[in-house]
Design a protein around this ligand. Sequence first.
Ligand code: CO
Length: 287
Amino acid sequence: MKQLRKIEQVIEPQYVIEGAGVLLQRSFGPKVSNLFDPFLLFDHFAFNDPLEGPIRGFPTHPHRGIETVTYMLEGQVRHRDSLGNAGEIGPGAVQWMTSGRGILHEEMPQRGPNGVIYGFQLWVNLPARLKMSQPRYQEIGGGTIPSIEKDGVTVKVVAGDYQGVGGPATEIAAQPVYMEVQLEAGREFEIDIPRGHTTLAYVFEGAGDFLNGETGGGERVPAVRMVKFADGDALKVRAAEDQHMRFMLIAGAPFGEPIAPYGPFVMNTQEEIRQALTDLRSGTFVS
Ligand code: CO
């Protein structure tokens, strides 16, 4: 029988300041304990008081050994990097950036027409064999993300597969599922996720019950929370009777390797971190 995944942990995102003074809500960040393997970080930027003035953004900084995934709902992020890539990640769009051995880039969030910036950044680990690979970008326009709408359920598939529809982000080592799920009040969503894969849900609007399969019961989670699930075969959730629910579904295969996090680098050993810093100082970080 199919076993539904039960809630293991509910995390209340904490405010942190990053870059040149950007206020974020962070659910988790890179730690040696690697509890969310293969995921390293999840940040939510949604700070939208125009009285705050211009958003200061993330001036040029390096990455090595990871993938950063930027998903914008409103506003945009202007980016520019050491490979000569430049552009904008607009509303509904995704940038899946595989840093491999190294990139230097800047990321500058801009308010949308109504003054709002709203988006997420997920960091996905790379396995040891790919940490020093060539950098790679997947720029995914909003129009190329499949949206499956049925019976009050809308699923936008960035990566992974839902009802036979695959997302545009492909060839990712962590075999990720990354989807935005929107449920009208009282509606249900269910998806199979392979056993052993880390499974998370970031509930950012409304509320719903994650069903545990026993007597049809579940556990209510309101926005804004990050939920980590225990192992199982499938995830099933029902929006509250009186409100909608919107969440990011995040799942992937853990690598089971030790990690050495250091700011924007995540390697496997301290020696590799020292090498990254040496390369940065000597100007050989970006080949
Ligand atoms: Co960055």
